[in-house]
Write a protein that binds this ligand. Structure first.
Ligand SMILES: [Zn+2]
Length: 393
């Protein structure tokens, strides 16, 4: 890490910012200008003293066997099967505390190393996110890259095992999901130039781990796909697509919000879940698997257990429970609202038309929906819409 010489007379604090969202830091033994070891203060910040120009460190990157990597851990790993390493920016890169503006870049340190990211910057550099942005992921090594143009988006696909990814038809499923979700998130608005370049990384996980994970970054995202357990392959495949689309929605919604404050967690997670299911439906044609998975999350007859403001508060104290409520009750709310809008409009209006506007709104801090959004819904002056609002909100 080359420090900005303009601030060379100051003490600078460095950290792996993922520790704020409970990631284990993978930074080991940082040193200044190839010489002395950096000290760490009582808050865990590494201290670069005045005059220090360059900080270097080791990224502790454990090796994982095929099928053993749950990518939702957002950790750097060396994938034995793929012979490349996933580099997780939030856990592995030291950044200036609160000082990373989004102008920082990453490049390989020598000619023998290859680094791949989502957004190219000048001369072999890749864009690093600002300190208040979503994480970013990089590949170190030389994977086979599948480039695709999907509407406005240029996507680089990377996989740990292309034949497996090919058999599951993940590439075409993702293209369909991205096309649809891009329309939902941006509507008629143009996708900004700096949001058009994406990287998708696929990693197989063995069915015995019970679930496939995902992690949405600023412009990159990671998705597990399930391997093994051939008897239930069609259901694993549907779940893989749902997770893929869920993460893709997060990535697009993050980019769409840009500098606006983050969405309330329940809104972010429930919209990602609802549109993850919708996109899965469009991407695969296996009615049985799609219906079974959808019903697991969306059951309008299930009693409404909590107000969304309560669920929002729960994210701080019991995140797993809050997520479960957002995935089920939250997704059911959007589904009911969507169904009702289609009903009252005679099929002319869907929830999709409200999403680009909703993603640009300011949200109250207590987890309620913006008054401006509720006012839009109430323009229908229809008791069925009121019913959904009062049932869930
Ligand atoms: Zn999510």
């Amino acid at each position: 890490m080359t420090l900005d010489p303009e601030y060379n007379f100051e003490l600078r604090k460095l950290e792996a910012r993922g520790v704020y969202w409970s990631l284990a830091a993978q930074v080991r033994a940082p040193v200044c200008d190839g010489g002395f070891a950096l000290a760490q203060d009582e808050h865990g910040y590494w201290l670069a003293p005045p005059g220090c120009r360059q900080v270097s460190w080791t990224v502790d990157t454990p090796v994982v066997q095929d099928g053993e990597f749950d990518v939702s851990s957002q950790a750097s790993r060396l994938l034995l099967k793929a012979e490349w390493a996933l580099l997780s920016e939030p856990s592995s890169l030291l950044r200036l505390v609160n000082g990373s503006t989004g102008h920082d870049t990453l490049r390989a340190g020598d000619a023998h190393t290859s680094v791949l990211g989502a957004t190219p910057a000048a001369q072999g550099h890749w864009q690093l996110p600002a300190s208040d942005s979503a994480p970013e992921f990089f590949i170190v090594g030389t994977p086979r890259i599948e480039p695709r143009q999907v509407g406005d988006f240029s996507v680089r696909y990377v996989a740990d095992d292309w034949p497996r990814v090919g058999r599951l038809e993940l590439l075409s499923a993702h293209e369909k999901a991205l096309r649809y979700l891009g329309e939902v998130v941006y509507g008629a608005a143009e996708v900004p130039e700096n949001a058009r370049s994406l990287m998708v990384v696929w990693v197989g996980i063995d069915a015995q781990h019970g679930r496939a994970g995902g992690a949405a970054g600023e412009r990159s995202f990671l998705a597990n796909y399930v391997i093994g357990d051939a008897a239930n392959a069609r259901h694993h495949r549907a779940a893989t697509f749902m997770i893929l689309a869920h993460e893709q929605f997060h990535q697009l919604a993050n980019a769409r919000r840009g500098q606006l404050p983050a969405l309330p967690a329940w809104v972010n997670e429930s919209l990602a879940q609802y549109y993850g299911l919708r996109a899965m439906h469009r991407a695969i044609d296996d009615e049985v698997a799609v219906a079974r998975l959808t019903q697991r999350f969306i059951a309008p007859s299930r009693p409404v257990e909590h107000r969304f403001a309560e669920i929002e508060a729960l994210f701080a104290s019991d995140r797993p429970r809050a997520l479960e409520l957002a995935y089920h009750q939250g997704a059911a709310f959007w589904s009911e609202l969507d169904r009702t809008l289609q009903m009252v409009s005679g099929g002319k209006t869907t929830l999709d038309q409200y999403i680009p506007g909703l993603l640009q709104m300011t949200f109250p801090e207590d987890g309620r929906l913006p008054d401006a959004f509720l006012a839009q819904l109430r323009e229908w002056k229809d008791p069925r819409v009121e019913h959904v609002i009062s049932d869930y909100l």
